[in-house]
Design a protein around this ligand. Sequence first.
Ligand SMILES: O=C(O)CCC(=O)C(=O)O
Length: 316
Amino acid sequence: MDIGKTLGILILSLGCFSAVGQKYETTRNTSFMETVDADARIFVWHHFLSDDECDYIRQKAEKRLERSGVVDTGNGGSQISDIRTSDGMFFARAEDEVIEAIEKRLSDWTLTPVHAGEGLQVLRYRKDQKYDAHWDYFFDKVNSVNGGNRYATVLMYLAAADDGGETVFPKVPAPNGINADFSDCAKYSLAVKPKKGDAILFHSMNATGELEERSMHGACPVLKGEKWSMTKWIHGSHYYMGGDKYDLQNQEYTRLLNVFKAGGNHANGTFSALCNVQSYSSRKCRSGRILSGTQHDVDSESSERVLQASKITLVA
Ligand SMILES: O=C(O)CCC(=O)C(=O)O
């Protein structure tokens, strides 16, 4: 066995990255990851999306674009503002197979469950359109009720502008003091130049769950051409989206968790059902320590319906 290679795969699968600028090959030949800032936990996955995926998403999104809004901190709705001048739209989670596959890939990369993510948002920036520097983290109570606060963001580029449109992190200086080839807006701060198919991952929360100041970011004005991006906002726990299949799974998970906590004859079986309902497994599930082969406790008609609808197989 090639120990070095095995170790490399292990490190990748744990989502660990070391030195700044270090590149790790992934299993897909053309893809590789780059640590842009290890302390701030900002990473780029080059060629995260294929060209076909980018084109497909743009085509599907185009007819549904509307002027983008910013989050209203009073009521959680959306309001038009000069801070953000792009056009955008949201997809439902798992809206089709392509979207579902991308969401699963995002979940694998970020080590977060699909159901903690909001629906994918597509943005189109034409000349002079931009999004001023902001945090994705919420400072108000209203917006952090659903799923808790935002934990991380992945920004994917579906098309690059001919000039401008960089994603800039104004709280982090440019690595060598200056980004010579970038537009003025992105010259002196850490910035990423959009490239079709690339994706940036950054974290709105630090390890103690507080705001990661360095996650402040903005979209520089497009100077020439058109830029398209796609955002996945990821929360700390389940993000409710009006009753989609992940909401139903989470409802069932919560019910089973309560049964499991209450204990009783079916506790072990309930635990195994729990592990299957959730779209990711806890450490205990993976270790299989509590799986015992006893009868599971999914006996209500509604539970069976939810489980069948979500194609979950129970192990008892
Ligand atoms: O499109 C970009 O480069 C930035 C988008 C953004 O800041 C956001 O969606 O929060």
